[in-house]
Design a protein around this ligand. Sequence first.
Ligand SMILES: Cc1cc2nc3c(=O)[nH]c(=O)nc-3n(C[C@H](O)[C@H](O)[C@H](O)COP(=O)(O)O)c2cc1C
Length: 382
Amino acid sequence: MKLKHCYNIDDFRRLARKKLPAPLFHYIDGGADDERTLQHNTTSFDRYNLVPNVLVDISNINLETTILGQKIDWPVFLSPTGMSRLFHHDGERAVASAACKSGTLYTLSTLSSINLEDIGGHTNGPKMFQIYIHRDRGLTLEFIERSRAAGYDALCLTVDMPVAGNRERDLRTGMTMPPNMSLESIISFACHPEWTLNYLFHTKFGLENVRHRISKGSANASSVIDYVNEQFDTSITWDDAEKVIAAWGGPFAIKGITSAKDALHAINIGATAVIISNHGGRQLDSAPAPFDCLQEIVETVDGRAEIILDGGIRRGTHVLKALALGANACMIGRPYLYGLAAGGEKGVIRVLSLLRQEIERNMALIGCTDISELDHSFLNTW
Ligand SMILES: Cc1cc2nc3c(=O)[nH]c(=O)nc-3n(C[C@H](O)[C@H](O)[C@H](O)COP(=O)(O)O)c2cc1C
């Protein structure tokens, strides 16, 4: 299968599976425990139908919106994902370029395989840096100052990872960061010579934002679970989050909220945006699907912060349903990683352009010419 024969996200997933050694494919694709939340993140959108308005002039359709102070051409942007060079040697550079070319915002993870300064200077598209608070608390203030100096437009704090989720696929495949050519995985690496040669002949990488302060797991192989459990601060509270927001003083999102009560907390400490997310089903299995939490959070927040839905989006119709229920925009993680693994920057560009075309086509099919006009009247339940 070639890139041009991928017509939807699921096709990209299949191509990524062919291109990647098994430990890496399953690291992207998997979730926690029984992967119930992972599945439900996508199936939850099926609760609603979209109801068209007919005989509407749809010759001009507007998908533009403003999120975290940044104008974006369409209402989907890119979630932070760690270690993108595992999936293609161009890693975060390829993804940031694709986001910029498609007119949307890119979020770089703390656990990226290219440092934040490099990505800051790589494109002039809108960018957000995502923070995990480490036990080495000095790192958090350092991230804020480095993000400011490197020209990031916004920050986001991920709060749904106090400890690592139980990702059994990674335990079975022996997945480590960076990959360890263990006996178990060697056959799979040998069966993917293109990936393996690229990995061996391109510059080595680790967790480039933190390796000057932490060596275990950032420069030497360690499982994701071990890294998180050893390095992340388990004592952080809302007071700490408030201090981070104040120290940054600009647009700020809290990522990983699933209750109306926590959304209110986020507003009270000064967050600009609430990202409804369960980490793509990789943390608490049985956490509610973001789409199922949306209506209550929208009603509670009542316009005091932007609401972003993250998790499970695989189709343009999913985005329309989220916006109709009150989200300001959506984020995607795995869809662009499948594109990256399938074909580097070109793969990510094709994923983004297919999703954008789906949104535009479905806006025409429901007779809606501006995303700001999407509301409950376009939805009905089964
Ligand atoms: C391989 C992978 C790595 C991830 N790394 C991070 C990360 O470093 N920081 C973070 O906040 N979320 C991380 N996430 C979660 C994503 O930001 C996002 O919440 C999730 O992928 C959304 O669900 P979706 O994949 O169904 O779109 C990661 C997700 C995946 C699949």
